[in-house]
Design a protein around this ligand. Sequence first.
Ligand code: HEM
Length: 169
Amino acid sequence: MDAIDHPGTVYPGIDGFLGTRASFMLDVLVIAMGVVVVVLAWSIYQVKYRRRYELHKWAQVTLGVLLLVAVVAFEIDIRLHGWEDRAAGQLEGHAPTDVWIALAIHLVFAVSASVLWPVVIIRALRNFPNPPQPGPHSRFHVPAARAAAIVMFITAFTGWTFYYLAFVR
Ligand code: HEM
C-alpha cells in the first residue's frame, strides 16, 4: 500500500505537531536530532579550535543524557503504538518497500551510535583527568569520538530520510 493520506484516520497514540502523519514522539525525536547535530558540531569546534575541554565535556554528557531520555521515550511509544499505520496512511496498512530499506539503513547507524556513545563517554569520564585535558587517553578518545560523532551525524540524516519517506510524502 502506498503512503496516501486518508483524511480523518485516527491513528494509535498521540499525533505529532509538525503537520505530518508522524506521532508526537517521532516529531520530538526529529527535532531533538536537529539539536544534537548543532550542539555536537559546536562542541567539537570548542574542543578542536578553542581548547575548551570542560565545556566540551559537559556538552557531550548533556547530549548523551538528552539522547538517552528521547530514545527511551520514543522506543516506548513505538512499542506501544507502532508506526506502520502512520507510514501507510491508513489503519492496518503496510509501509512501502523503500521505507523499510530506509529504516534498515538508519538502524545500522542508530544501533552503532548507541553502542559507541556510552563507550566513548564513560571511558572519557574515567580516563581523562578532572578537569579534562589531552593526555594518554587522547589516543583512544580522538579516533573513537570522531567515529562516534560521524555515526551520530549519519544517524540523524538517515533518520530524517526515513521520517520523510514514511510520514511526509
Ligand atoms: C560521545 C561523546 C563525545 C564525542 C562525540 C566527543 C568528540 C570529540 C572529538 C571529535 C574530539 C577531537 C577533536 C579533534 O579532532 O581534535 C574530542 C577531543 C576531546 N574530548 Fe571529546 N567527545 C565526547 C565526550 C567527551 C567527554 C565526556 C570528555 C571528558 C570527560 C571529552 C574530552 C575530550 C578532550 C580532553 C579532548 C581533547 C583530546 C586531545 O586533543 O588530545 N570528550 N572529543
